[in-house]
Design a binder for this molecule. Structure first.
Ligand SMILES: Cc1cc2nc3c(=O)[nH]c(=O)nc-3n(C[C@H](O)[C@H](O)[C@H](O)COP(=O)(O)OP(=O)(O)OC[C@H]3O[C@@H](n4cnc5c(N)ncnc54)[C@H](O)[C@@H]3O)c2cc1C
Ligand code: FES
Ligand code: FES
Length: 447
């Protein structure tokens, strides 16, 4: 495959295999060794680069998805003899020890400062939370970002340039019937109809680790990440419509989601770190059908539905009917998860997540709760739990115990007993049951 991409302001034309990781393309073909390989599966941020103004982990991007993109690596900032203000601030604050994490840290800071010229300490902490440093200590790194801001560092994401890369890859004859990069959903559905076994590449944050760990070998694939029919968040009548390839980052930034679906926003913002959130899609999170997935938990409590499309037509299913078992969904051959529709409901909603550390953590337990209370009576109650069973599930006993009841201290005690009885986690059962009870009590007492 031949692709064009802009790297550090220069047009590059490269021949490579569609599934070659961007990390290898940068390091091996372009000799840009500032892009480091640590974990190779999205956990450490050592390979972070800025792609089309977003921080991404280059270890998780197949080259076919980098076609036509604008990439900034640490080499594009400044040279050792002429570092830019941010690089200089890292040196002046002593924020570099072994230096392994430093390019990723600097690019994570740069991606933040491109969007927010004067971030708070908390915003800096969140922006760097996906990049791990094992020897400097984060306070010096945060201080380096503060120093760069004080020194007037104000980078732009300006992509204006005379040369512009072509967006679509040029596949070789051998690749033409195996790899696809369609321009429209119709084209994608036609291709999928003819090649029903090919793998759909969305953000690649679930398939990337599977490939790295030898659990998946991708010999046929189609890139759907950029299809505009699968993007966008909008209010449509009494529903919020979310495209299948909307990312966690987009959910976290959307004013519509903040207003109508705050539990989903919370679930998106508590998922992974910033570079993963810039690629991880809501469709991928549903289609992976993992017990630890966060967004399905919120969608279950919000009565979300999925719209599936093939070239033959569309079907709509509630999320609970779509996720059938661990890593099994009702997605049929030839179908793409086109969008998610969530009804707008008056009421209070909340998503809770507990994991082993504050940032970049998979759920040990998650809970999403929705309640509509009027004149002291619970008119409607929906609840769902994650990481308690092989797949995220609704909690029908808890819902039945609360619906139609007056919200009193006695009812709250009964709700705690009911959820403790209803949750049936295989591991750390005592901890998870107690946690579920505490979270339900907190939610109901706040109401
Ligand atoms: C470091 C790290 C941390 C993570 N932390 C979290 C976390 O905290 N919470 C959490 O929930 N998840 C987490 N994940 C998992 C992952 O990021 C999410 O599941 C993500 O939403 C997957 O989306 P994707 O677009 O990357 O999926 P992909 O990997 O592209 O796809 C996953 C599967 O879904 C299929 N698919 C994708 N989109 C569609 C579609 N529209 N139609 C049909 N099939 C489709 C693909 O073919 C593939 O089989 C983490 C992953 C990593 C690497
Ligand atoms: S090498 Fe660790 S995130 Fe890419
Ligand atoms: S400076 Fe050594 S890992 Fe961060």
């Amino acid at each position: 495959m031949k692709i064009e991409l802009m790297v550090n302001g220069a047009l590059r034309v490269v021949e490579t295999h569609p599934m070659t990781r961007l990390l290898d393309l940068l390091r091996d073909d372009m000799n840009l060794k500032g892009c480091r390989e640590g974990c190779g599966e999205g956990e450490c941020g050592a390979c972070a680069v800025i792609m089309d103004d977003c921080l991404v982990n280059a270890c998780m991007i197949p080259s076919v998805q980098a076609a036509g993109s604008w990439i900034l690596t640490v080499e594009g900032l400044g040279a050792p003899e002429n570092p830019d203000t941010l690089q200089r601030a890292f040196v002046e604050e002593g924020a570099v020890h072994c230096g392994f994490c430093t390019p990723g840290m600097i690019l994570a800071a740069r991606a933040l400062l491109q969007r927010n010229a004067n971030p708070s300490r908390e915003e800096v902490r969140v922006a760097l939370s996906g990049t791990l440093c094992r020897c400097t200590g984060y306070n010096r790194i945060y201080a380096a970002v503060d120093r760069a801001v004080k020194n007037g560092y104000n980078p732009s994401g300006d992509r204006s340039c005379e040369d512009s890369p072509t967006g679509r890859p040029n596949f070789s004859d051998a690749e033409k019937n195996l790899f696809f990069s369609p321009g429209t959903l119709d084209e994608a559905l036609r291709i999928l109809g003819d090649h029903p076994d090919l793998l759909l590449l969305a953000g690649g944050t679930d398939t990337g680790p599977d490939v790295k760990n030898g659990n998946l070998n991708i010999s046929e694939a189609m890139d759907i990440f950029g299809l505009k029919e699968l993007r966008g968040i909008e209010r449509r009548g009494s529903e919020i419509r979310i495209g299948g390839c909307v990312t966690d980052a987009e959910l976290g930034e959307s004013a519509v989601v903040a207003e109508y679906l705050p539990a989903l926003r919370e679930a998106a913002l508590l998922s992974a770190g910033p570079a993963v959130r810039n690629r991880a899609t809501i469709g991928g999170n549903l289609c992976t059908a993992s017990g630890a997935a966060d967004l399905p938990v919120a969608l279950l409590a919000l009565a979300g539905k999925v719209r599936l499309q093939s070239r033959k037509g569309q079907r709509v299913l509630p999320v609970e009917a779509f996720i059938k078992d661990y890593r099994k969904t009702d997605l049929r051959r030839g179908e793409i998860l086109r969008e998610i529709a969530v009804p707008i409901s008056a009421g209070t909603q909340k998503f809770y997540k507990r994991g082993s550390r504050a940032a970049l953590t998979l759920s040990r337990a998650s809970l999403a709760l929705f309640a509509d209370v009027e004149s002291g009576v619970v008119r409607e109650f929906r609840a769902a739990a994650g990481s308690m069973s092989p797949i995220p599930t609704r909690l029908p006993k808890l819902e039945a115990a609360l619906t139609g009841q007056a919200l009193t201290p006695a009812l709250i005690d009964r709700a705690v007993e009911t959820i403790t009885d209803e949750l049936n986690p295989r591991k750390s059962a005592e901890y998870r049951k107690a946690l579920g009870g505490n979270l339900v009590r907190r939610f109901l007492e706040a109401l």
